[in-house]
Design a protein around this ligand. Structure first.
Ligand SMILES: [Mn+2]
Length: 579
């Protein structure tokens, strides 16, 4: 331990006077740090063509004689009169690239005739003095290519007439005709979406003002209207399109991934000199901001030691401990597209044998998922391939009693593949592999798109198996002789690997011939990570923080303590999509 600390200290000394950034290595050795390439450029006409193509694709999926209404996202309150940073509703952004609140997009389809309208607030000098410049009509056209613009002060009046199936003529003499039979707007899919408490509250409120909302047997919402409208949820229309990324979108999500790659490298280069998780967290978000990402796509997860076994640990208040692993799950967002990348690496740059045991299983599980990825295969098949490697690997280490072994007497319900559920005995693997392979990636980190469908070129999924030997993993099992016997068998291995958490997550693009690792520039192989961590620190100056963490942080007190997590919660996660 002492030797390691001394080395880390020397490394920090030697690094201090170097002012060179990753972009300009000082010595003759080639740089291992990658600088994010310039952001993808697009001419106005390229952007207009992309947005027009998206709008035409949405229109082509709409029924004849129909209307689409997209509301902009509502500002979200932080506290009192302070909002969170504004983020536009994805589908409105997808069709317009407009980021301003109080906008709305309306599209009317009548045979081959498709008309597009945009509601946008009039510029207001007093508001601009506080909040900044608002879009002019010219700005709107320049960004989106849309030309038919109505003052959004009239949007409520438009909605009032629209729900009665009446046309609207604006003060600037634009008529939005209404001879439509179907009205589309994004709506919560079912009761699980919480009636729009999560998203699409305004849309649901408007629909409820003229339609009776009922829950079908399937759990999906259905709508009865007195006006004769058919109300259609626009979400599936957008989901199908957003699921397949265009070359334009791929360039931008690759940029988000490249920023994230640089952030990960920066963390690996500095972690050996950091004392607290928040310092490493800061290095990550320094790169996000420095490379002009919009934001993170989800709060950064930076967890050392046992904190790595909590899937969404976001506190970053614990010490960085030499000899422990650090798990980092972070993703920059660029142009409303997010990366989602996880690496788990040793603080001191060298995996212990036990850490390496777990790491190699997760790595091989990723490889197995990749190997079956090609057009026509399914996400489920990739997940099964990864699961098999984890199952076999855990059995080999003695963490489960055998491949496919179950927990005696613990029964859970799983989908039967026919829309129903069946009861099966819970797998022992689910004690440690608590989430599925991953999820679709795009404008949301857990993006839209169906899961049963075959892979098609342009889809992106996260390949993120994980193994978490949580300290409480065996605490909530039934107290039966059979379970006790099972625990007795796995106890030695469990004690050996306890508090190790490993997730590796890469962003996989399905291509014509198979797949591409969009994250391939970031070291992933165990040996590559170790080599990188030897070479990288000299390239990145770092001075450990002199600040101490806040005292008595409740989350630090709970970290690794396993408070409040019961069997039911673990079972609920057993078949979830992923972290
Ligand atoms: Mn993920």
């Amino acid at each position: 331990m002492k030797k390691i600390l001394t080395l880390a200290f020397l490394a920090s000394l030697s690094a201090l006077p170097i002012s060179a950034s990753a972009d300009t290595p000082k010595n003759s050795k080639p740089s291992v740090m990658l600088a994010t390439p310039p952001a993808p450029a697009a001419t106005e006409s390229e952007r207009w063509a992309e947005l027009a193509r998206r709008r035409a694709a949405v229109a082509s999926k709409m029924a004849d004689k129909s209307m689409l209404i997209l509301f902009s996202a509502e500002p979200k309150l932080y506290a009192n009169d302070v909002d969170y940073v504004y983020r536009q509703e994805n589908n409105l952004y997808y069709l317009t690239n407009l980021k301003q609140p109080n906008a709305a997009f309306v599209m009317v389809k009548n045979g081959t005739d498709v008309k597009e309208y945009l509601f946008i607030p009039k510029r207001d000098a007093r508001q601009e003095a506080w909040e900044g410049r608002m879009y002019s009509s010219d700005d709107v056209t320049k960004i989106s290519g849309l030309r038919t613009i109505v003052d959004s002060a009239e949007f409520e009046d438009f909605l009032d007439l629209a729900k009665e199936k009446r046309s609207y003529t604006s003060k600037n003499q634009i008529t939005i005709p209404n001879s439509v039979e179907t009205v589309y707007t994004p709506l919560p899919n079912d009761e699980d979406d919480g009636e729009g408490h999560r998203e699409y509250r305004q849309e649901m409120d408007w629909v409820k003002s003229f339609a009776k909302v009922e829950t079908a047997e399937s759990g999906d919402y259905k709508y009865e209207t007195a006006t004769g409208y058919k109300v259609a949820n626009a979400q599936p229309v957008f989901a199908a399109l957003r699921h397949i990324k265009t070359p334009y979108e791929l360039k931008r999500i690759q940029h988000a991934i490249d920023i994230t790659t640089e952030a990960h490298m920066r963390a690996m280069a500095t972690v050996g000199r950091a004392k607290w998780e928040y310092e490493v967290h800061a290095e990550v978000e320094y790169i996000f901001r420095r490379r002009n990402a919009d934001s993170w796509g989800y709060p950064s997860i930076v967890g050392c030691g046992a904190n790595a076994t909590t899937l969404h640990y976001v506190e970053s208040q614990s010490p960085i401990v030499q000899g422990d692993l650090l798990l980092m799950d972070v993703g920059a967002e660029y142009d409303h597209l997010t990366a989602d990348v996880t690496r788990t690496f040793p603080v001191n740059g060298k995996f212990s044998p036990a850490q390496a045991d777990i790491y190699r299983i997760v790595y091989n599980a990723q490889e197995a998922a990749a190997a079956v990825t090609k057009p026509g295969a399914t996400f489920g098949q990739a997940g099964q391939a990864a699961r098999k490697v984890i199952d076999d690997g855990l059995a080999k280490l003695g963490l489960i009693t055998g491949p496919g072994a179950t927990i005696p007497g613990v029964v859970i319900e799983v989908p039967d593949g026919k829309g129903g559920v069946k009861k099966v005995e819970r797998s022992q693997t689910s004690l440690f592999a608590i989430h599925g392979l991953g999820h679709w990636l795009g404008m949301n980190v857990h993006d839209v798109g169906e899961y049963g469908v075959p892979f098609r070129p342009g889809m992106i999924y996260t390949n993120e198996p994980g193994i978490y030997i949580r300290e409480d993993a065996l605490d909530y099992l039934p107290d039966t002789p059979e379970v006790k016997a099972m625990i007795a068998k796995i106890r030695p291995a469990y004690e050996k690997y306890k508090n190790i958490g490993v997730r590796i997550e890469d962003d996989m693009l399905v291509t014509d011939s198979g797949y591409e690792w969009m994250t391939k520039k970031l070291p992933r192989k165990l040996e590559d990570i170790e080599a990188f961590m030897v070479a990288a620190p000299a390239e990145v100056p770092f001075q450990a923080s002199v600040l101490s963490p806040r005292p008595a942080n409740i989350f630090v007190a709970l970290a690794g303590g396993g408070m409040g997590r019961g069997v039911s919660r673990a079972e609920e996660h057993d078949h979830s999509i992923g972290g």
